[in-house]
Design a protein around this ligand. Sequence first.
Ligand SMILES: NC(=O)N[C@@H](O)C(=O)O
Ligand code: NI
Length: 169
Amino acid sequence: MADPLALERLTLEPLTAEAFAPFGSVIQADPAAMRLINGGTTERYHALAEAEAYGEDARVILNIFRGAPRAFPYALTMMERHPLGSQSFSPLTPRDWLVVVAPDEDGRPGRPRVFRACGDQGVNYRANVWHHPLMAVGAATDFLVVDRTGAGNNLEEFFYDTPFLIAEP
Ligand SMILES: NC(=O)N[C@@H](O)C(=O)O
Ligand code: NI
């Protein structure tokens, strides 16, 4: 890695629905979304996010990603996006993890924003939102992932000229 001290350090922000709104939705048991069902035996947290799937033969699928923990300090060199569909990540083990997104600036990602997600928080990236691939922290962690399959290329990657630094999770 280049000298970590020479890289631009990214600060961590707490993950909130408001802060994340430009990029998608936070998936967590929000009391405002709760309705009682099944005779009052179940709390339904309704429509926390919407899956998007565009293009030929597009289908929404459910997956499990087992993310290995990232090592820190971490040099963030790239971002990606999925133009044909959304992608959500919800931890199946309640362990904190990192969510990294960036605004689009003329077809390339701008400065990344790093959110610290709690173990009871997931996110749904809207289609075509720049994000970094899954960043598990501390131990291998399983995530339920809802995203799109079908025809066409659904992955666009971008590599920064100079990495950014995430010093610690
Ligand atoms: N490649 C893949 O399915 N995973 C990435 O899209 C990711 O965001 O982790
Ligand atoms: Ni992705």
